[in-house]
Design a protein around this ligand. Sequence first.
Ligand code: ATP
Ligand code: MG
Length: 337
Amino acid sequence: MSHSIAVIKGDGIGPEIMDATLRVLDALDCGLDYEFIDAGLGALEKHGTLIPQASLDAIEKHGIALKGPLTTPIGKGFSSINVQLRRHFDLYANVRPAISFPGTQSRYDNIDMITVRENTEGAYLADGQEYIDDGNTALSVIKVTRKGSERIVRYAFELAKSNGRKKVTAVHKANIIKTSSGLFLDVAREIAEEYPDIEFQEMIVDNACMQLVMNPHQFDVVVTTNLFGDIMSDLCAGLVGGLGLAPGANIGEKAAIFEAVHGSAPDIEGKKIANPCALLLAAAQMLDHLNMDDKATAIRKGIRDVLENRRDMVTPDMGGTGTTDTFADALVDYVGH
Ligand code: ATP
Ligand code: MG
């Protein structure tokens, strides 16, 4: 079966790492058709807007987008493109796998976990939903809904189920933030009962951070509210060696957008040293989402193999002596047979 997806090459190093990623997807014969769409600085120059309507329409039509990093110009009243996309498509689940790879500077081996962060409510609200009083007192609101909690916790359990994972840990602060975090925890307990085959664990966020650093192997799928998820998913990226290897997905009912977590890195644009791994791993996440698990596994195995055995083909940020293109060459070679 063939799928069509929208592809945003992105700004800065985006086009370089996207070209590398698409070469690998093509070598895997994934049967994907690409529609290239504009967003970010490129779109601003061409169309006068960061996200043209035609791009939104294309993402809606295909339901899937693979996205390079985008730059939101600082100041000038632009609001973040990622936030705009999240709101437009109600992308409620931010899904960030953290997997150890060889040859990275990380404190642990064999970490394999996924953080599922609620992405539309919690402490991060749109302007106007947040109340700031006067110059002397500022009051922010945390909004947790039953519906929002149900869909994120259910997403985490369904993800666990479809990936053969064994445990879901709900991270909260219900002992102190009794109302909002309490509602999230209550709902998590209810949903957990629908999944008797998957172990359910509750953990208070401060303890969860300590446990992550001391014994990360105990975690499998973690589900949590927006602010805790933001912090914990970066902590997890740090545990497995930093942003160079961190992919993420933003998932809604009607659309899903897969991306590298890092930015557009304008400082190394055009130097051919950008590491394509994070975007490749985002592509693997996309293939999982499209039920092409064997192709996704091939990408992850290939990255593992190249990092371990082909240091000459790996980019300098991972300690190699290769380029973006040689990294892709090595992977194409690996997945091609
Ligand atoms: P943006 O403004 O889009 O966030 P940035 O430069 O802040 O761009 P970051 O991802 O925050 O992007 O990059 C931080 C540092 O990490 C930069 O020095 C950048 O060169 C480096 N970096 C980011 N991504 C990669 C990558 N894929 N390969 C190699 N180096 C990278
Ligand atoms: Mg940055």
